[in-house]
Design a protein around this ligand. Structure first.
Ligand SMILES: Nc1ncnc2c1ncn2[C@@H]1O[C@H](COP(=O)(O)OP(=O)(O)OP(=O)(O)O)[C@@H](O)[C@H]1O
Ligand SMILES: [Mg+2]
Length: 317
């Protein structure tokens, strides 16, 4: 857990001001606002995730802000409106969906959302085939998300077809719902940074409704290995030192590829799951494998990236 070791505090959120929470752009405050051992289970779960420093800071900040609002209510003090719609920008496998789910749980436990579930949708779930169909489909999903989070992956695909496309109708329906049911659901849009910025620029009415924007950076090789360690612990497997080194080399190879679809934590998961299958094949003819053998992945269980073009460019991304 990287949290709590020398991390700096953050400024108090002001929900009516657009904030871009990205590397280096956060207002620093001399006071630490995130508790080292959060009492909140969703926050604790978030803190066990690797990296995501800014996300953790923001979550701690929101928790503190919401708690202070509760206290203020008891003294009849005015509270600034809480607008918690968010935009998550980042490459595949950087944790956007996982964090959206945890935010749902967090807001539920802080009583901001009565349910805290998440409805995940993409363009095809919202956009219909004839006039009126899109508004109906979109409203259905919004209704399902009431009391929780509506999470739209690759939200910019709603703008794909230009002016005549029904995607625009979906955006209009979403904007209207954000007005009509302000405090009843939280809308989170996710996607790659550049097309998301472009999408929000083209829809100023939409952009101003998202006070919180979070950038999910690509993970470093070290962070990916730590994520791999969490995944292995969960599955009760471990790596030999040589396997760990080999995994590091493979990740390095992937991250240096001339492709822009490096899938971060999902790549690690796929590499480990492939190794777990190869380990099973290796043990197939061992009649009484020991507990140790059953848990230990060796370097030969990992496909060498360079020697396996198919897995490298095909099924593992
Ligand atoms: N920081 C992290 N610590 C531990 N596990 C992580 C972390 N980030 C991602 N993961 C794990 O990696 C997998 C992929 O993450 P997730 O689906 O949240 O990424 P994503 O950004 O939504 O990807 P996509 O854009 O492709 O939908 C999940 O199994 C998740 O639990
Ligand atoms: Mg996702």
């Amino acid at each position: 857990m990287s949290f709590g070791e020398g991390e700096e505090g953050v400024g108090i959120i002001s929900p009516d001001v657009e904030r871009v929470v990205s590397q280096g752009s956060l207002v620093q405050s001399p006071q630490r606002v995130i508790p080292v051992q959060p009492a909140n289970a969703a926050l604790a779960e978030l803190y066990t995730m690797i990296g995501l420093k800014k996300v953790k800071e923001l979550a701690g900040e929101l928790e503190a802000f919401i708690n202070v609002q509760r206290h203020r209510e008891t003294y009849n003090l005015k509270n600034a409106p809480m607008v918690l719609h968010m935009v998550f920008k980042g490459n595949p496998g950087t944790g956007k969906t996982t964090v959206a789910r945890l935010f749902g749980k967090l807001f539920n436990s802080l009583q901001v959302l009565p349910k805290g579930h998440i409805i995940e949708v993409e363009r095809a779930d919202l956009v219909g085939e004839y006039i009126g169909h899109t508004a109906q489909k979109t409203r259905e999903k919004i209704n399902k998300a009431m009391g929780g989070v509506l999470f739209i992956d690759e939200a910019y695909s709603l703008a794909r077809g230009g002016e005549k496309d029904f995607g625009k109708e979906a955006v209009d329906t979403l904007v209207k719902a954000m007005e009509d049911y302000k405090n009843e659901f939280i809308l989170i849009l996710a996607g790659y940074t550049a097309p998301m910025d472009e999408f929000l620029r083209l829809n100023p009415g939409l952009k101003s409704r998202f006070p919180i924007q979070i950038h999910f950076p690509d993970y470093s090789v070290k962070e990916l290995l730590d994520i791999g360690q969490l995944m292995l612990d969960e599955r009760q497997y471990r790596l030999t030192n040589r396997a760990l080194n080999k995994l590091g080399e493979i990740i390095d190879q992937y991250s240096n590829m001339p492709y822009n679809d490096f899938s971060n934590a999902r790549l690690i998961r796929n590499l480990l799951e492939t190794a777990i299958r190869r380990h099973a094949v290796r043990l197939r003819y061992v009649s009484h494998p020991t507990r140790d053998q059953l848990q230990t992945l060796e370097s030969c269980d990992f496909l060498s990236g360079a020697s396996n073009e198919y897995s490298l460019y095909g099924n593992l991304r």
